[in-house]
Design a protein around this ligand. Sequence first.
Ligand code: CDT
Length: 319
Amino acid sequence: MPRVLTAAAAQLGPIQRAEPRGLAVARMVRLMERAHARGVQLVVFPELALTTFFPRHYHDDRAEADHWFEAAMPSPDTAPLFEAAKRYGIGFHLGYAELTQEGRHFNTAILVSPGGDLLLKYRKVHLPGHAEFDPARQVQHLEKRYFDVGDLGFPVIAAPMGALPGVNMGLMICNDRRWPEAWRELGLQSAELVMLGYNTPSTNQNAAGFEAHHLRVFHSHLSVQAGAYQNACFAVATAKAGVEDGCELFGHSIIVNPQGEILAQATSWDDELITADLDLDQCTLGRTTIFNFEKHRRPEAYARITGQVGAVAPRRWQP
Ligand code: CDT
């Protein structure tokens, strides 16, 4: 019996600074309606899907940024998402800014069952950008100011989804996709499907020189395709897209198979649903052959991966 899950990336067009959460949620519920009409069983929304990508906005007093965060999930604003999931029998992935009862701040993603149960939570580990206002930048990227580093590792859960009794599902968020360590953490837990949301500007504010638009998209796709291939899993990577608060986000959401091939790709900078049927048994080929971890990995040779952070200079060759 084939293990097929019909999944969707629900790309969101821009959410402007003044747009209330209720409007964003209404847009997401419409995407869920469309997903239901197409027989989708799991919908993946982007990173920080409820608001504008607020880390571009500087608040001198960090507490002033708290209004971007959710202190409860679900909340009156987000309840319609959970109701739609139940109504349509669809699981969903949601990225949002989480404020805990202890006053900690995280860039968080959750996986919710069609019944509204919380299946999995992940808090972003790789926080890009900077903590202080940077006058050299046209657009700030203050994730290091507003978020704590995630404290949940890279979790994977085997849970029912669609008609399947157990799908191995893992989460990462945006910048994590560029780090092979994040993928391998999920691969080592036999993830069959990796979900991630992203908000990525079309231009690199850090680049001293020019980095072409097509390279920005290329590097994003390269990372997701390589991560899926090298860990023999499917990936759904969902963007926020378009011009948000005057800053362009490049979109190009994709669904990728364990061979690293793109099965579906968004073509707009708007709310857009792309779907694919994921035959999860396609994960078997990679994980029983070239990426059979049990047989071929050599952790004894990888000590630097966890023992060292920055790069060191190599030994100098001497004749
Ligand atoms: N949201 C996020 O992590 N975006 C980053 C861009 C960082 S630019 C400072 C990304 O890797 O796509």
